[in-house]
Design a protein around this ligand. Structure first.
Ligand code: CTP
Length: 417
């Protein structure tokens, strides 16, 4: 299992020049006094596995909840606690660290640290490292729900946001004091996603809006049965994640899948081809790029039975009618400058059929894949795509769906210029 995660990371990134997602990045983690401090070594471990250089700063309060040793063992770096510590050769640690940081996260961030920073106070190692930082600064408030709701704390958080700090909203749940409410630090995996979003990719899609469809549609026959296909949604979800990491504002219109949608994207769940048509055409006028990776039913039952259809002697057949072709509709109704990309799933004559779809649907690019080719298609974690436009055909080798998504976006951006 571990091996798989490792390989995913390896595969996701080579095209951006480095093997691990956070390779070469210096990340500072400030840990203040809160029970959630005990979860932070997990986060640090995730960052180290992606080859980040992690430095932990513990406040006096933080040290009450977790000692420096776990962090030192995980990072290989000395945990910093004291601004005035003298070292050989002499170095002004807080300035040196602030200068080399690519990101600073305070987690958990106590009411105390939030209040100090909101007022520009720098009276310990963490606060005096934050003030000279010019990198993104994130903070994850964690405290009792009454403290969290206190208007002074709320004002201080608003002030930090005003100065460009990124707030990771506290979660609602059971708190250490026994109360239930808003004030929990989100789990390390969620904090990791915030860091990944900031640092993992160059933001070459910032300011762009991208809509991607994913998964299979379901066409109801009666309240119990439906017609569908084998689409897993993996390709569309990988495109949504890649575009999000590259800074785009992403809408994911998705049929039911067994996988979790990527974070930081707007998810619009749909069931049928009709639902997808309505969701896509409603959002289309705002989009710079639309990628239709979903496997949409071409036919749907003429009528949906109100009650379960009971079996009878002999065979039966279900009359089907055509669904709307969403991509063809987009091709006819596109707004100026909008880029349209479709997928084409074939089992024979892939190039010929896909070229015909490109022309028939009036779109810019089609990503063709042949279900008969090993490593291509619906279920697996890899794909083998040929990117077909009016002027070019680019055959990509077998690669992870994450990497294929990155390459597809590279091609879209190249053509959009
Ligand atoms: N598509 C769509 N609306 C439909 C059917 C397909 O928008 N009702 C889109 C798919 O999302 C995909 C592209 O059209 O991006 C091609 O889908 P595909 O199933 O490969 O081709 P079809 O157009 O359905 O043609 P055929 O069934 O003949 O292969």
């Amino acid at each position: 299992m571990k091996e798989m995660c490792y390989n995913e990371a390896v595969d996701f990134y080579p095209l951006k020049g480095s093997v691990f997602l956070l390779s070469g990045k210096t990340i500072l983690i400030g840990v203040t006094g809160g029970i959630a401090a005990y979860k932070v070594p997990n986060l640090v471990s995730m960052l180290v596995k992606q080859h980040a250089d992690v430095h932990v700063i513990l406040t006096k309060g933080g040290e009450q909840f977790i000692p420096p040793l776990p962090f030192e063992a995980l990072t290989g770096n000395r945990v910093l606690t004291d601004t005035f510590e003298r070292t050989q050769p002499p170095e002004i640690h807080h300035i040196a660290l602030a200068k080399k940081a690519d990101l600073l996260l305070i987690a958990p961030a106590s009411a105390d640290i939030i209040g100090k920073l909101a007022n520009g106070i720098a009276d310990d190692m963490l606060t005096s490292t934050v003030l000279p930082c010019r990198c993104p600064i994130l903070f994850s408030p964690a405290m009792n729900d009454r403290m969290y709701a206190n208007p002074i704390v709320q004002d201080n958080m608003a002030k930090l946001r005003h100065y460009g700090f990124i707030q990771i909203d506290a979660a609602v749940g059971h708190l250490a004091c026994g109360d239930d409410g808003k004030g929990k630090m989100p789990e390390p995996a969620e904090l990791y996603q915030y860091i990944e979003r900031e640092l993992a990719c160059e933001k070459d899609m910032a300011g762009m809006k991208l809509l991607v469809t994913a998964g299979a549609t379901q066409e109801a026959i009666d309240p119990v049965r439906y017609i569908t296909n084998h689409s897993s949604g993996k390709m569309g979800y990988a495109i949504a994640k890649a575009a999000m990491l590259r800074g785009a504002e992403v809408t994911l219109v998705t049929g039911q899948t067994a996988i979790a949608p990527p974070p930081f994207v707007k998810v619009v769940p749909i069931v049928s081809a009709r639902d997808m048509f309505e969701a896509v055409t409603a959002a289309a006028p705002e989009q710079d790029i639309i990628v239709k990776a979903a496997a949409v039913a071409d036919y749907t039952p003429e009528t949906v039975a109100d009650q379960k259809i009971k079996k009878k002697d002999g065979d039966m057949s279900i009359p089907l009618k055509r669904t709307d072709d969403i991509l063809a509709w987009l091709g006819k109704n596109r707004i100026p400058g909008q880029f349209l990309c479709g997928f084409s799933m074939e089992t024979e004559n892939m190039l010929e059929n896909s070229r015909a779809k490109l022309a028939r649907k009036g779109i810019d690019l089609i990503a063709a894949n042949n279900l008969r080719v090993e490593g291509a298609g619906f279920k697996g974690d890899t794909n083998v795509l040929t990117l077909i436009s009016a002027d070019e055909e680019i055959e990509l080798p077998i690669m992870s769906k994450e990497k294929a998504a990155m390459q597809l976006l590279d091609q879209i951006l190249k053509m959009k210029k």
